[in-house]
Design a protein around this ligand. Sequence first.
Ligand code: HEC
Length: 148
Amino acid sequence: MSSVSTTHIAVLASLLFGAVACSKGQAAQTSPAATEQAAAAAESEPQAPSAADAKREAEEMFRSRCAVCHGEKGLGNGPGSTALNPKPRNYTDGAWQANVTDDQIKNVIMYGGAAAGKSPIMPASPDLQSKPEVVDELVKIVRGFRPH
Ligand code: HEC
């Protein structure tokens, strides 16, 4: 009886601690499976890699899709901005930053200026409606230009 529960505890311990120390008896038999489980868990950890991907995608998108109007530094003075009226939003405008909500920024990014009662020259990015994590990262980029 007591040997059964000792084994039980050993198996539990090996699962809990990732079966790193697989030196003894029956516990050793379960350790490859436990190790595989731990490896699978590490591989499928969804948060870190996909968050990094979304950030990278947003940064590339900002450079390729937004900076032409809003400028690399967010000043609203990109090469495509000269003939525009109104001008693209200057993200370094502290008053604007203080008054706009993240949801408003998200909406204008996905649905464009016209849908938000703004200039229709601010284009929609319908492809981003299925990529909320990239939109969130774009909002962070826009917020990052806020003056300190
Ligand atoms: C063709 C030029 C152009 C491009 C490209 C462009 N924008 Fe704009 N954007 C504008 C203009 C013009 C406005 C100002 C609209 C207004 O004030 O009526 C604006 C406004 C905005 C605003 C402010 C909205 C508000 O509520 O005041 C945000 C945020 C914004 N753009 C984000 C982006 C992002 C992010 C991208 C890239 C995905 C982008 N824009 C691409 C021209 C552009």
